[in-house]
Design a binder for this molecule. Structure first.
Ligand code: FEO
Length: 395
């Protein structure tokens, strides 16, 4: 990656990972990602904000060389996860006098995860500042975006917020700034859905704090920099709000066609009622797409056949994921089939404990759906319509 200048003496020196397709061995990365690191040269001191994933260590060192960074006074990790912190030990080896400036929780985690010696740290607290001479860094402790030690760093004189993961996107692009807004919006929403959504209420508090800051640039550690901060701040305000949309998402799996018939019929019934429907055929779905849909939907309907005595394992995975991501959905239901018995709906219901949803009457059929079963699906569609009307998301 090349060195790019954001403002005089402030540089983006991280790495673009064009080819990465999976994060945490779980999250699909259809567009790769970046590990952004920022070098700030003050009149007296130089600081590096975050580093890069260890796989891209060479890129960071090449950039430090290009920029002729002979002395580095501070590394400021906003977050201890290794995609940002993993290269700190190598940087400390290369610059023996560099200190790691972070909060106590992050310090503890970096000692545990990367065996960084305790005497290399300078500990800071909420609202503390660090002078680089003509530039001042202010630290905003912001736990749970998405680990307990996360913080944000604000560069006062240049009005730049460095929030690490927050406001980021897994998007490998050559643009320094978020120019392609439609693409960045989709990637940032996917990132929010997969990483940040379970911590919606913590993020609400942090956004309140940020109202006191004059921000010209938001420079996250994944994806392009926001030179129109309102674009991403407004998107986050929408995503973290309690507002849901007139949408039903249907994660489904069908083995012999019975559930498929029910889902097809049910999609039509919801469409006739002017409800937006988003079906996800789970064995063929990128789970990131499902996560994005979970951000706004008022209702989730899980559709699965019975395998042995419970839901199809693919439906179990999707239900577990939906429960873990804690979307703001208000209603949920289950549709599906069985051959001779089982406890499929009870199992699914038992897996939704994190969601504050009202469970609407499930529709479970024996074998293939018959006329009475289609009527039950119509009734469920009517019930969803009534619920959506009751919370004023459809007129
Ligand atoms: Fe990009 Fe939570 O690390």
């Amino acid at each position: 990656m090349t060195v790019r200048q954001l403002k005089p003496n402030i540089y983006s020196i991280g790495a673009i990972d064009w080819d990465r397709r999976l994060f945490d061995e779980l999250i699909p990365l259809p567009d790769g990602t970046t590990y952004n690191a920022y070098l700030i040269k003050g009149s007296k001191k130089t600081a590096l904000i975050d580093t890069v994933d260890p796989t891209k260590e060479k890129d960071l060192f090449d950039n430090l060389k290009k920029i002729n960074c002979k002395d580095l006074d501070y590394i400021i990790p906003n977050h201890a996860e290794q995609d940002h912190s993993g290269t700190i030990p190598k940087v400390l080896e290369h610059y023996p006098n560099t200190k790691v400036v972070t909060n106590s929780k992050c310090k503890g985690m970096l000692i545990d995860l990367l065996a960084i010696p305790e005497d290399r740290f300078i500990e800071i607290g909420d609202n503390d500042t660090l002078s680089l001479g003509n530039k001042t860094l202010k630290f905003i402790i912001a736990p749970w975006v998405h680990w307990p030690e996360t913080m944000l760093t604000y560069l006062k004189e240049d009005k730049i917020l460095f929030p690490c993961d927050l406001f980021g996107s897994h998007l490998a692009v050559s643009d320094l700034y978020a120019i392609d807004e439609a693409k960045v919006y989709e990637s940032a929403k996917r990132y929010y859905a997969e990483i940040m959504m379970p911590f919606r209420n913590n993020i609400k508090k942090h956004l309140e704090k940020l109202k006191d800051y004059d921000i010209e640039l938001i420079a996250p550690s994944h994806g392009p920099i926001h030179n129109k901060p309102a674009f991403i701040l407004d998107a986050y305000k929408d995503w973290i709000s309690d507002d849901v949309k007139n949408e039903v998402i249907i994660p489904y799996v069908s083995m012999h066609g019975s559930v498929e018939k029910m889902v097809r019929y049910f999609i039509g019934a919801l469409m006739e009622r002017n409800i937006t429907v988003k079906p996800f055929n789970l064995p063929k779905t990128d789970v990131g797409e499902l996560a994005i849909a979970l951000v706004d939907a008022a209702t989730i309907v899980i559709a699965t056949p019975t395998v042995l005595v419970g839901p199809h394992p693919v439906a179990v995975y999707a239900t577990y994921l939906a429960n873990a991501l804690r979307p703001k959905a208000r209603f949920a239901s289950i549709i599906g089939s069985y051959g001779w018995g089982g406890k499929m709906p009870e199992t699914i219901k038992g897996m939704l404990g994190n969601l504050k949803v009202e469970i609407l009457t499930p529709v479970i059929v024996k074998g293939h759906p018959r006329e009475a079963d289609y009527k039950s699906l119509t009734t469920l569609a009517d019930e969803i319509l009534a619920k959506h009307k009751a919370i004023n998301i459809i007129s």
